[in-house]
Design a binder for this molecule. Sequence first.
Ligand SMILES: Cc1ncc(COP(=O)(O)O)c(C=O)c1O
Length: 426
Amino acid sequence: MIRFASQKKDLLPSQFYNLKADLPSLPPPPLNPQTKEALKPEELEVIFPRGFIAQEGTLDSFVAIPGEVRAAYELYRPTPLIYAAGLKKALDTPAHILYKYEGVGPTGSHKSNTAIMQAYLAAQEGVEILTTETGAGQWGSALAHAGSFFGLKVKVFMVRVSYRQKPGRKTMMKLFGAEVEESPSPSTKIGKKFYQEDPNHPGSLGIAISEAVEVAVKHPEAKYSLGSVLDAVLMHQTVIGQEAIKQLEQVGLQPDIIIGCVGGGSNFAGLAFPFLRQHLKEGREIKFIAVEPVACPTLTKGNLRYDHGDTAGMTPLLFMFTLGMEFIPPPIHSGGLRYHGMAPLVSHLVKLGLVQPMACSQEKIFAAAKIFLQSEGILPAPESSHAIAVVIDEALRAREEKQEKVILFNLSGHGFLDISAYDQGK
Ligand SMILES: Cc1ncc(COP(=O)(O)O)c(C=O)c1O
């Protein structure tokens, strides 16, 4: 068996894939937070670049990737598709396990796939500053890199618990020239409210989003950039699944099971959506599993309803699985999965029964990360380890059932800058 599929440049897609074009039904539309009417695209212009808004609303099956963005992708794409021979041996399973390794991105995760596209769109329109939130710092550092690439200033609100747990990513963002503040911060109206109650407030992605949106709304030269959840962000990530389809063809395998971790849903969607297209159009049978933390069980315990994407209620209302905009998840080490909501598209797929959600405890994911490190030699991000924990369960089930299942998962990022989390974790 070939251990690495080809990474030839011609595998890099020239278009993003838009699942909305092929779905039997669409999720209910976002609503204006004040009027509660369906949101008009122009109402988003105060927050997002127009090019991004157009991508958010499109129903075209494919959207072209601009040449400059493809050139930036070529720094690290196509990412490797790796046959997990070591893990297969360690688990003594007949299953074939493969992973798409997004940790080779410039800052160590899949987040660059959308950061580069979003920074490009903002720069095209003369935006000077991009504001954003970040949990573990993967998204913030990806946007800091993309901003420096396209000549934009980046201002990041980093969730306090992660700022303190993961100082390495804060340093990386600053090295790229970004400004980084702990959230909740004393420098915004919404941040101040929480900061004054408790200067050590652990923060949440919901609060950090409110802070970043508040700054973007106040400054006409600034726009806001979101690292997950939105349709366009999920679409940018489909470069992952499109490459994986071609790479799997080379090794002559087709997946029976596709697994990804979910925070806002983007890396899971990026891998799964092009395969969902095959399922919807060609009837190919694939089990799709989205894995979240027990500590932030949006899909497994949340309700499917309209809710705000942030804690202050400034963002549009999205129809999604949510734990409620006020939910502050416990300070687990998977900072990128501490989000109260879920992408409307991923939520819709769960409702349609096309995606199966599962939750894993922190203890379980740390154990899975250790098995993976020892068998594959890569330290996974704690977020990605949620996918690995379920991969191990499925591979062991295949052993029990003596079935040669093909399991594909997204290794969304490496954990080299999460080392202190592993030090403290069990
Ligand atoms: C490595 C990694 N994986 C997964 C996620 C979760 O985000 P999403 O569900 O949008 O992929 C994050 C978020 O920061 C992350 O850093």
